[in-house]
Design a protein around this ligand. Structure first.
Ligand code: ADP
Ligand code: MG
Length: 659
């Protein structure tokens, strides 16, 4: 009776490029292997055994020739279909075990089942059962480094059996073992064979080969003999395509599909990423540092920007919404301004008479030394009219504000602010009716104004005197610096501005003055603030990119360093997308954790800042923090993509041989 072999090779060639030529390592191999056989491939070192084995195990592709597995032409299968074939039907045992060093025995055995979508509890119990059966019950949570060679090889056998392992490929399985462990491993292989599995074993040792039913001898890439020990003809007495009992029991375990399998694999990739990061803590931290600094500075910069904005807005609202300041000259920094005719008090009076103007005051401003008894301090002296207080919305906290009569009389009555009170009357004496010296001028304090936001932009103690008094009696600067008017809220500020310009131009016969309203000041301040934050943001973005490149660099190193791991994962059936996901998740995780630390850094910086100074606070918005999270994820995706792709495109056999 004729049977279909599970493995059928016809005129198989494998050539490696060597310079301009190529070396043929396999030269026209013909071979059929039937289900349930135990085959030993023997030959001298370098004869091509491993090459043949890798092709049979679908880790490598032939250059020419036909290879059928269960009547399916392997050359027609893509990488993921080959992965599926390995995952579902093949099990590999390597000379050097190829266990994943960061995982314990149990987790190593579970790896193939992760890719086949077996549920976690099933995976756990099956791996534990297999390890128990191989005498490693008490070694399940040991890492490969803590196991002897024989124990490691038994773990790798358990791994090969995890998904069933109908066909076991063993390349020099005893090559690295002492004779006792070697004998043990061979015993296990015999048991597996007795269960009905197909065993294909490569060895250079004839004594070991003698243990198989069928010995294929290979020399210089050609099969020179193929014999069965019991003398039966090949293919006789074997069942066709009979999966072992164990393999059918694996098939009966419900495997997850679709979404459930996807989330399970993501969770597994996530765990692997954590393990890999833990294995290289310092390196991971240094990689993160770029991201931490980048995200930290972006979040801080945004917070500083928003804090500035907030303060600007507070100051502006303190200025009154509808005030207009008129200055002489043609703009700030106009050097001829001091030479041109100064604004006059009469200009202010004329403006005050306009129906749309609620109040108008000339402003003379100078910096002088103030003295009370033996206390001296630098003060800002403001010469203003009584209307100034209404314009600025200032009210008396103690005493009274001077009135139009004081202005007319050039009275030496002044109003001080809270800072001045604190500076001169720290002992708690009431300032009212006390006489202080501003510059050379003795003045009597009649009132103290309440703290108002409009005072926040001046740092010095401030003294308000009637402008007439300042002009008549004070020495030093007595020119009117500007006129401040308050426009009726019902009138639009632009219309009022035009009217003011019109009126003053006619009065003065020339337009040697310029106007600032609170709106234009706000715009100017906001522009400065936004220019600043744009600049710092640019620097922060650059540091983020540098951080991202750092992540990419380390991930590329990591891929190179972990090619064997990648090869092993592919050998046990990982798809390209699984490998890609694993490395991408790792990159994203590094960036995300870096992002979280960066945000924490920025918040800590803000807290320290708040403790050190009260004048300015950082404003952290949820939006900027969410944006920082998104940013670090995207950096992880972008800069992790290339290394992840490189990893996923590795050839299993190449990855395995690069040790
Ligand atoms: P062995 O029978 O010892 O397992 P191999 O199959 O590993 O022999 O190698 C057979 C020959 O193929 C050796 O001469 C080896 O140098 C060559 N060879 C194996 N892999 C490669 C490769 N990737 N590139 C070039 N030559 C290779
Ligand atoms: Mg070899």
């Amino acid at each position: 009776m004729s049977k279909t072999p599970i493995i059928s090779v016809h005129d198989l060639w494998r050539e490696y490029p060597a310079g301009d030529e190529s070396i043929a390592v396999l030269r026209g191999v013909n071979l059929d292997i039937y289900a349930g056989e135990m085959v030993a491939i023997v030959g001298a070192s370098g004869s091509g055994k491993s090459t043949l084995m890798n092709i049979l195990g679908c880790l490598d592709r032939a250059t020419r020739g036909r290879y059928l597995v269960n009547d399916r032409d392997v050359s027609r299968l893509d990488a993921d279909e080959l992965a599926q074939l390995r995952r579902e039907h093949f099990g590999f045992i390597f000379q050097r075990y190829n266990l994943l060093g960061d995982l314990d025995a149990q987790a190593n055995v579970e790896v193939p089942a992760v890719y086949s979508g077996m549920s976690r509890p099933d995976r756990h119990s099956r791996a534990a059962a297999l390890l128990g059966r191989l005498g490693l019950m008490d070694r399940t949570h040991h890492r490969p480094g803590e196991l002897s060679g024989g124990q490691q090889q038994r773990v790798s056998i358990a791994r090969a059996l995890m998904n069933g392992g109908d066909v076991i490929f063993a390349d020099e399985p005893t090559g690295a073992l002492d004779s006792q462990s070697g004998t043990e491993v061979l015993k296990i292989l015999h048991e597996l064979h007795d269960e009905g599995r197909t065993i294909i074993m490569v060895t250079h040792d004839r004594d070991i080969a003698q243990q198989a039913d069928r010995i294929i001898e290979i020399s210089d890439g050609e099969i020179i003999s193929d014999s069965r020990k019991d003398g039966k003809n090949i293919g006789e007495g074997e069942q066709q395509l009979a999966p072992s009992d164990d393999a059918s029991s694996v098939a009966s375990i419900r495997h997850k599909h679709g979404m459930a399998a996807f989330t399970d694999q993501m969770a597994e990739a996530f765990r692997m990423a954590i393990i890999a990061m833990r294995a290289h803590q310092l390196r991971t931290f240094l990689t993160m540092l770029g991201i931490i600094i980048g995200i930290g500075s972006v979040v801080s910069v945004v917070a500083i920007g928003q804090g500035t904005q907030k303060q600007v807005l507070e100051n502006i609202s303190g200025m009154g919404t509808n005030t207009i300041d008129i200055f002489s000259g043609r703009g700030f920094g106009d050097t001829r301004a001091t030479r041109s005719v100064a604004l006059q008090a009469e200009d202010s009076d004329a403006l005050a008479k306009e129906a749309y103007i609620l109040g108008s005051s000339p402003v003379i401003n100078s910096s002088v030394t103030g003295r009370y008894r033996n206390i001296t301090a630098n003060v800002d002296l403001y010469g203003v009219s009584e209307q100034y207080f209404t314009i600025k919305g200032m009210t008396a906290e103690k005493g009274i504000l001077f009135d139009s009569d004081s202005v007319r009389r050039r009275a030496q009555d002044v109003v001080i602010d809270q800072k001045a009170q604190k500076a001169f009357f720290a002992d708690g004496t009431s300032p009212i009716n006390q006489v202080i010296l501003v510059g050379q001028l003795p003045v009597r304090i009649v009132g103290v104004i309440e703290d108002s936001p409009s005072m926040q932009f001046s740092q010095n103690p401030t003294v308000f005197a009637p402008y007439t008094t300042v002009q008549a009696r004070a020495v030093g600067r007595t020119r009117i610096r500007n006129i401040t008017v308050r426009v009726d809220d019902k009138v639009s500020s632009t219309a009022a501005e035009q009217a003011v310009v019109h009126l003053l131009s006619i009065r003065r016969g020339t337009d040697d003055f310029f106007i600032m309203n609170s709106d234009s000041i706000r715009q100017a301040m906001e522009k400065t603030a936004s220019t600043m934050s744009l600049l710092i943001s640019a620097i922060a973005v650059i540091s983020l990119i540098v951080g991202g490149i750092g992540v990419m660099n380390i991930m590329l190193v990591s891929v190179t360093e972990r090619t064997t791991e990648i090869g092993v994962r592919m050998a046990v059936g990982a798809r390209r997308s699984d490998i890609m996901a694993q490395f991408l998740i790792e990159a994203v995780l590094v960036c995300l954790i870096g992002g979280v630390l960066g945000i924490a850094l920025a918040l800590g910086f803000g807290a320290i800042f708040g403790k050190v100074t009260t004048q300015f606070e950082l404003v952290f918005s949820t939006a900027s923090i969410i944006a920082a999270f998104a940013c670090s994820t995207i950096i992880g995706l972008i800069f992790g993509w290339l290394p992840a792709r490189n990893a996923s495109l590795l050839d299993p056999v190449q990855a395995l041989s690069r040790q």
